[in-house]
Design a binder for this molecule. Structure first.
Ligand SMILES: [Ca+2]
Ligand SMILES: [Ca+2]
Length: 107
C-alpha cells in the first residue's frame, strides 16, 4: 500500500516534470525562430515583440535575462543554458537551504 502510493506519487512527479519540460521545450522552440538550436538576441527581441504590447522596458528586461542565460557569453543561448537559467529563476534546485556549504562551482 505504501509502496503503491509512493509509486503513484513518483509517477505524478514525473508527469509534472514532463509537463514542465514540455513547456520549457515549447518556450525554447518559440524563441528559436530559425530552429538552429540557439536563441540569439535578435530572436529574443522578436519573440518579445510578438508577446508584449510594445512596451519598451520589456525589451530591456529581455536583454538582461539574455545576459543571465548566456553563461559562456557567446551571444547565443542553447537549450542547456536556457534550462539552467529557468531552474535558477524558478528555484527548483535548493531553495533557501541555509548554511553556506554549497559553494562548489564546476568549470
Ligand atoms: Ca536560432
Ligand atoms: Ca551561450
Amino acid at each position: 500500500m505504501t509502496l503503491l502510493s509512493s509509486m503513484l506519487s513518483h509517477r505524478w512527479e514525473c508527469q509534472i516534470l514532463r509537463l514542465h519540460l514540455r513547456c520549457l521545450v515549447d518556450a525554447f522552440v518559440f524563441l528559436d525562430k530559425n530552429k538552429d538550436g540557439h536563441v540569439n538576441k535578435n530572436e529574443l527581441v522578436e519573440a518579445i515583440n510578438e508577446t508584449s504590447t510594445g512596451e519598451r522596458s520589456s525589451g530591456r528586461i529581455a536583454m538582461k535575462r539574455f545576459e543571465e542565460m548566456d553563461w559562456d557569453k557567446n551571444g547565443m543561448v542553447n537549450f542547456k543554458e536556457f534550462l539552467f537559467a529557468i531552474t535558477q529563476w524558478v528555484g527548483i534546485e535548493d531553495d533557501d537551504s541555509d548554511g553556506d556549504e554549497g559553494g562548489e562551482e564546476e568549470e
